[in-house]
Design a protein around this ligand. Structure first.
Ligand code: UT7
Length: 323
């Protein structure tokens, strides 16, 4: 017998304001056609003044707890993946803890940029497997609109804000690929690639800074590394692409998603795609896609789900789980 981290509930939150591609045409030398054809993005949600990563995370957390039929009292820990915390410290996770009225347990942030949710799930899985917690709320929440250079057409049209969350619960499994819960994890980073995707601010400048990206370079790494890490995670679980019900990729670019699915020999009918409506929400993109995928009736109990993501660092990885 082994301890598995099973998904007990899932939820999300998207800010009310929706910005269509065409709105950028007034202020930038860009077009709906360019954004759509190069990225697959059609619109994105942007946080209102007064909304922050923690407030969106709290809303997503409540939605996931409702779905699980649980309350904050039932949680032991909160792990929040974000690169856009409200403040440098304390962690956004502790703000969520307070916002939920939770005065026990512990909470902390994980920072692996767009791969953050995969790293946070891996962390929660390890805590559940070693008995440090029985229920962990894992959240991905981002306010990338606050780190955009709104004059840089090569980045600002690509990102959006939002939050998604899952409640993971320890359960006994047989130790086979048929178990429900997280079956395998594959994580990587390579800090040599810092300059192709970074924010040009922080304690070294005293300013929050703006996102800078060499899109073509990141694209090249993504296409190669995402399929490799998903394959590696499937191998570790003793499974193959043929076993996969749903690929739930990081939602950065439809062309990257299609190339990864092709490398995994998965038809697009088995891929959850939300990038057209959300843009790239960094660490929030996978839990948002899980939640929307469940709401659409696509992801059902017993389905084999493969998640994969890559982002600044570079950091990338994959988690294979049975829903
Ligand atoms: O989540 C973290 C991981 N991030 C990613 O996975 C993003 C990876 N990269 C990408 O998604 C793509 O590289 C982009 C969508 C960012 C760009 O697509 P691309 O096909 O690689 O285009 P490009 O950067 O090579 O740019 C092509 C042209 C350039 O003009 P020239 O040099 O060919 O004359 C750009 O200046 O498109 C121009 N361009 C734009 N034109 C209209 C760049 N941004 C825009 C824009 N509107 N918004």
């Amino acid at each position: 017998m082994v301890t598995r981290a099973i998904v007990r509930g899932v939820g999300h939150y998207l800010p009310a304001r929706v910005v269509e591609n065409a709105e950028f045409e007034a202020s930038l030398d860009t077009s709906d056609e360019w954004i759509r054809s190069r990225s697959g993005i059609e619109r994105r949600h942007l946080a209102a003044e007064g909304e922050a990563t923690s407030s969106m995370a709290i809303a997503a957390a409540r939605d996931a707890l409702d779905d699980a039929g649980l309350t904050p009292d039932d949680l032991d820990a909160i792990v929040l993946a974000t690169s856009t915390p409200d403040l440098t410290f304390p962690s956004a996770a502790t703000m969520v803890q307070a916002g939920l009225g939770m005065t026990h347990g512990f909470a902390f942030d994980v920072q692996a940029v767009c791969a953050g949710f995969v790293f946070a799930m891996a962390n929660a899985d390890a805590m559940l497997a070693t008995g440090q917690a029985r229920r962990v709320l894992v959240i991905g929440a981002e306010t990338f609109s606050r780190i955009m250079d709104w004059e840089d057409r090569s980045t600002c049209v690509l990102f959006g804000d939002g939050a998604g969350a899952v409640v993971l619960e320890a359960a006994e499994g047989a130790g086979t690929g048929e178990d429900r819960g997280i079956l395998s994890v594959d994580l990587h980073s390579d800090g040599r690639h810092k300059d192709i995707l970074y924010v040009d601010g922080g304690t070294s400048t005293g300013q929050t800074g703006s996102l800078r990206m060499l899109g073509k370079e990141v694209f090249r790494h993504a296409v190669e590394k995402l399929a490799d890490t998903a394959h590696a995670a499937l191998d570790k679980a003793g499974l193959t692409g043929a076993d996969v019900d749903w690929l739930v990729p990081h939602q950065a670019n439809l062309r990257i998603i299609k190339a990864t699915a092709q490398r995994l020999q998965l038809p697009m009918e088995r891929v959850i795609v939300t990038v057209q409506d959300h843009g790239n929400t960094s660490a929030a993109s996978i839990p948002l896609a899980l939640s929307v995928g469940k709401d659409r009736g696509q992801i059902r109990e017993g389905d084999l789900v493969v998640t994969e993501a890559i982002g600044g660092g570079l950091a990338w990885g994959s988690v294979v789980l049975r829903w």
